[in-house]
Structure formats: C-alpha cells, structure tokens
Design a binder for this molecule. Structure first.
Ligand code: UDP
Length: 472
C-alpha cells in the first residue's frame, strides 16, 4: 500500500461523495474518499441509513444520512436483501431521491463554517444526481465501480438487444438465482462469439440478466450510461495496463476525462466492511505451506440454492486441496448459515468463516487460488495480489469479468457450465498447479505495481484527478 504523506493540509476545499449502499460500491468510494483526504481535501459523505458504514472508523469525515430517514415510508421497507432483488432500492431512490438530494446539497453549498464545495462525486448508478447537480451548477464526477470493458458492453445493450441476445434470457430465468447454466447449455447460439465483442460468447451477455427496459434494472443501467457520459469526469477502479484498448475507446468517445485508479493498492477496504471480520483462522493459515490454500468467497450479495451449495461442497472435498471458505449467513437460500453442511466436512483440510478481511487473505503467502464470483472488487483485489482465479459468476458484470479473467488475461478458469462437482474439482486442481497461469498473474501484478511508481499511469491518474478536482 502506498504511503500518503499529507502535504497541503489546509483543507480549504471540500468534496462531497455519495456511494451506492452496497459493500462492493461502498468500499471503492471510501477508498477514494481516503485518497482525496490524504491529498488535502475535506470530505463529506452522503449515505442512506440502509447499510451505513461504521462512521467511527472515519472520524476525519462528515457523514450526512439521506433518502431513507422516514422509517414509515413503505416504499423502502421489506425490500429484498440478497440477489438481484437487492437492487430494487437503487431503482426506487433513483426515482424519488432528487428533491431530498437537492435540499441537502443546497445546505452544503451555503454552509458558512464549512470549506467551499469543489464538486460532487457519486456512484455512476446514482444517475438521478446528474440533473440535480446541473440545477445547482455543481460539477459532478462519477465513480464507476466496475471495469471499463463492462461499461462499453453496458453501453451497447441496445445494439445487443437488436441482435436478439437479451431475449434469449426469457427461458433461462433460473440462473438469476445462481444457476441455470444447465438450461443455457442446450442452445447452440449461446456458445457463439459476439460480433462486436469477439472476446465474449453470447451466453455471457445472456447471463448478465438484463432487459432493455425503461424501468427496472435495465433502465438503471441505461440511465447510468447516459448520465456517466454527461458527467464532468469518470473515476474507474482499474488501471491502464489492464484495459488499455478500452481506455483508448472511452477517451476517444467520451469528452469527460477518465481517471483509472486501482483503489485496493492505495487503501484497504477493511474499515468500510459492513460485516465483522473473523480473524480467528489466521494462526491456521500461517501454518500452511506457500500457495497451498484455495480461498473461496462469493461477495456480499450472491446467493445459491442448497443443491448447488452441495455441488460446491463435494467439488472442494474431491479436489483434496486446503481451503478457506467465506459462507455469509444467508448465502444458501433457505438456510440461516451452514445447516446443509454434511457432518465431518470440516477437517484439517479447511476452515469456514462468515466474513474475512479479504485483501489481507489474498495477500497471504499461503493462498494459491481464489474461487470467486468475479465481482469487480474481488477480481481486482486478486489481480493486485497476483492470485489466479476460479470463476463462478452470477449476474451483472460478473460473467463479463469471468470471461476476461479466463480468456483475455488468462489468469483463471471459468466454470461456465455452473455448479458441477467434477468440473469444480478439475478447475481447482488446474488453477492450483498451472505454473504458466500463476506466472501470468504475477506479471499482471508487476505491471500494476509499476503503474503506481512516480511517472507510472496510475500515479499520474491520481495526480491529474487531484489537479482536476482542485480546478473547480
Ligand atoms: N469482502 C470482504 N470479506 C469477505 C468477502 C468480501 O471484505 O469475506 C469484500 C471484498 O474484499 C470486496 C467486497 O467485499 O471489496 C465485495 O465486492 P465485489 O465487487 O467483489 O462483490 P459484491 O459483493 O459487490 O458482489
């Protein structure tokens, strides 16, 4: 991690940041906030009460809670917590949030005893914030918490729909619950290459699970693309060497400046964790040989059915590898935690915890592979530590990330047929033993490390972002 010395700490300028209230979005936004603070800015965070981060970990920031202050507002009660349904909050707040946000920003802008506001930085999925910022003549930058290639693919959804790809998902809804890959494999068209994005198969598009629609998740994605293009600047959690041609395309097509910054290399995400980290396994992990343990985690939202969980259990056992497995309470649908686990499963071979300090685990020398759902933070954190991956994506950007990991960067294996124990076992064995794959992962990590040195692309990105934010 970089050492940030605070040089110009007069804090006369303030940046207001507004993350989406989910772990995978809160982490990079608060890492960005820490980075800007370390460069001398004063920080105000706008947040929902839902999923509020531990404010005591950020005594140097000011927090304001907005959008869901009324506990009796029935629009926001009883919304789903897991799977794609968790996004319903985003749909609703985007519809109803403008007045509250405008009111809050007016107060911030007129506050006499606070540093003057330089700009607003919101999650790109808060698309409603662009018109609010425009109405106050406040520059709005976005933080896009996913990859650049994902943005380009999301921006092409109308085109992909015209090709008929999105409607192929009509008979395959079960995969939204964590599988359906078996249902998909019957259709030959799904294995075809996507003409506009030759690195993708049609099924990668289908697995995103989107529809072209005005409302719903498809509508949020469509508006996200439009309002990102309309913003004053785009901050990406990525680095140039990872997505060079995508960065060129975006810089050519979008006038607003782009700043790719790999946040995990600047600040750890552990202080913004919504769940308590279990650290009890570290003495066990410390005793394991280098690169001998598979780390297994599927992020903060994904959920599987019990029968698929059992395939995972058998796949892991049959691989005969050591493992550290994060099973969140609620990960197995219909269970509170580990009820379906067979007796005797946990031997000296493995440990299961509810939540772990993931970056620290990935950086531990005993970790040899990461079996992941390919959420973008997890993917990038693995790249940061040079750990090869086994990919089991669920929906959204995850199937796209998995394809890049396996077919573009070639630092992992994509389990593209879903949860089948034999395939799980052989993928784990392959990733644990493939020295060439490990070498490629290590080269990628070296490129990333190089980009952070003075004069490197990520270093320059931070410098130009700071100059840009200071210029407003
Ligand atoms: N994470 C963690 N502990 C865990 C599992 C995940 O701290 O046991 C963190 C992980 O480091 C990452 C975030 O949670 O920063 C998950 O984000 P990601 O984009 O990978 O997936 P999402 O949760 O959004 O599906």
């Amino acid at each position: 991690m970089e050492n940030h010395t605070e040089t110009t700490v007069d804090r006369r300028r303030r940046v207001i940041l507004f993350p989406l209230p989910y772990q995978g979005h809160i982490n990079p936004m608060l890492q960005l906030a820490n980075l800007l603070y370390s460069k001398g800015f004063s920080i105000t965070i706008l947040h929902t009460n839902y999923n509020k981060p531990k404010t005591s970990n950020y005594p140097h920031f000011t927090f304001r809670f907005i959008l869901d202050n009324d506990p009796h507002d029935e629009r926001y009660s009883n919304l789903p917590l897991h799977g794609m349904g968790a996004l319903s909050r985003v749909i609703l707040f985007n519809q109803y949030g403008a007045d509250q946000l405008r009111h809050q920003l007016e107060q911030e802008l007129s506050a006499k005893d606070e540093p003057s506001v330089s700009c607003l930085i919101t999650d790109a999925l808060w698309h409603f914030t662009q018109s609010v910022a425009d109405s106050l003549s406040l520059p709005r930058l976005v933080l896009r918490t996913s990859s650049l290639f994902c943005f380009l693919i999301y921006a092409s959804i109308p085109l992909l729909d015209d090709r008929g790809y999105l409607s192929l998902s009509d008979n395959t809804t079960p995969f939204l619950d964590g599988l359906g890959y078996h249902d998909l494999s019957d259709n030959k068209r799904l294995e075809e290459q996507v003409e506009e994005f030759p690195m993708l198969k049609v099924k990668d598009i289908v697995k995103m699970g989107f529809k072209r629609e005005k409302d719903g998740v498809g509508g949020v994605v469509d508006n996200m693309v439009k309002q990102t293009k309309a913003s004053s600047g785009i901050i990406w959690n990525s680095f140039k060497e990872l997505e060079e041609s995508e960065l060129e395309t975006i810089r050519r097509d979008i006038p607003a400046p782009s700043f790719p910054i790999p946040f995990a290399k600047h600040f750890t995400a552990s202080s913004s964790s919504l769940l308590e980290h279990d650290r009890s396994f570290f003495p066990w992990l410390d005793q394991q040989p280098p690169k001998s343990v598979v780390y297994v985690s599927f992020g903060s939202v994904a959920q599987v059915e019990e029968k698929h969980f059992m395939e995972m259990v058998h796949g892991l056992v049959d691989s005969k590898q050591l493992f550290l497995w994060v099973v969140r309470p609620g990960f197995v649908s219909g269970s509170t935690w580990l009820e379906p686990l067979p007796d005797g499963f946990l031997s000296e071979k493995g440990r299961i915890v509810k939540w772990a300090p993931q970056q620290e685990v990935l950086g531990h020398e005993a970790i040899g592979a990461f079996w992941t759902h390919c959420g973008w933070n997890s993917t990038l954190e693995s790249v940061c530590e040079g750990v090869p991956m086994i990919c089991s994506p669920f929906w959204g950007d995850q199937p796209l990330d998995a394809r890049y990991v396996s077919d573009v960067w070639k630092v992992g294996v994509y389990l593209e047929n879903g949860w089948r124990r034999q395939e799980i076992t052989s993928a784990i064995r392959r990733v644990m033993t493939d020295e060439e794959m490990r070498e490629r992962a290590s080269v990628l990590k070296q490129k990333l490390d190089g980009s952070l040195m003075k004069g490197g692309s990520s270093y320059e990105s931070v410098e130009s972002l700071v100059a840009y934010v200071s210029s407003f």
